[in-house]
Design a protein around this ligand. Sequence first.
Ligand code: AMP
Ligand code: MG
Length: 423
Amino acid sequence: MAQLTDDCFAFNGPLLPVDEAERLIAERIAPIDGSESVALRTASGRVLAGDVVAPVNVPPFDNSAVDGFAVRADGLAANGETRLAIVDRITAGHVSDRALKAGEAIRIFTGAPMPQGADTVFMQEDCRIEGDHVIVPPGLKRGANRRFAGEDMKAGAVALPAGRRLSVQHLALAAALGLTKLDLRRRVRVAIFSTGDEIVEPGSALPRAALYDSNRYLLAALLARYGVEVTDLGILSDDTKELARGLASAAANHDLVLTSGGISTGEADHVRDAVESIGRLVFWRVAIKPGRPVAMGVLHGSNSDGAAFVGLPGNPVAVFVIFVRVVRPLLLRLAGALPEPLIALPVRATFSYKKRAGRREYVRVTLRKAADGAIEAEKYAQDGAGVLTSLTETDGLAELPEDVTEVEPGETVGFLSYASLVG
Ligand code: AMP
Ligand code: MG
């Protein structure tokens, strides 16, 4: 389980800026213990427990980058064509024992090993063949079209650092190094609940005053992208005792427990009391919209260590934003992953927007290409935190920083694509 002190989420200020929330997490949360050897094929999304050191060079030998003719640069005419005898032919996967001498060329194909004595390759498109000779033009630089052993990765170098969360390209590099297994951190165990008397499971009948649960599906799908082990514990009613029982049992065998709903200060918001009865709770009034109040805590189940707890808001868009800005860094930290800063890309706003200074706001936007070639962001008309179509009908979030109070059409705003956020 996670090693957490009861006061790890303590915070005294009135409003917590997003960057400060991330800093607190980085400073106070330690990664979970435990690692295991995992087959490369199933390692996607998981986190490296140690550095991967390259056991071989990539590529393993000097080879040709093109189909053409391997030559020695020093024998070539500087100002005119050179006529060379074609003395051998090397295709990929085969070796020539012939050492190239001045006045000679060897027909070579992409990926075939450079013959001894050759240092440069002419592309076949640039050559003329006359019988068993090839005519090459002047002006090609020595070493052209030659790929050197280890130019991509040198044997003995750190190919992938500890903490790297593995994506497709990392798996490709590990495979290029000949590896079939990787030493990975164990998966973070996360339990998720929804809360609310009005929330019902999709597939069941919809009574009056009820709505289908979307948050658990949102969270489960997001978590799956982060290579964690998710336990879906269903829906808890607005009852302090039931909530406390559910949370305590989840805390016993999970590193992180997530709930949504029930954390406002309304009379029917019982998550606060439930958490306080079995652990430690603090409220983060995060300076963020949508999102704001987020309950952070440590739950004690039957084990001594305690699980981290995040009580997310009830509205689905707020759940998404808080996941991205609070849960994601916490999850990466628990998983032992290196930080993965989100970089908003500049796009041109087509909308006007007013906001309060001192908090960060996320506006759902659709991208399009303007007549002048610039990328424009158009705001979705409905911006309520409960409007799910504001997520489904758009491409990502425009991130309006704390100091901004107004956006006018034509101004540059930062854009975070959903693809980058859920990756
Ligand atoms: P609450 O913070 O519990 O008052 O919830 C705020 C809003 O989010 C209410 O309108 C809830 O009905 C809604 N909500 C809470 N949980 C969910 C859920 N799991 N799926 C969809 N909407 C929810
Ligand atoms: Mg509720």
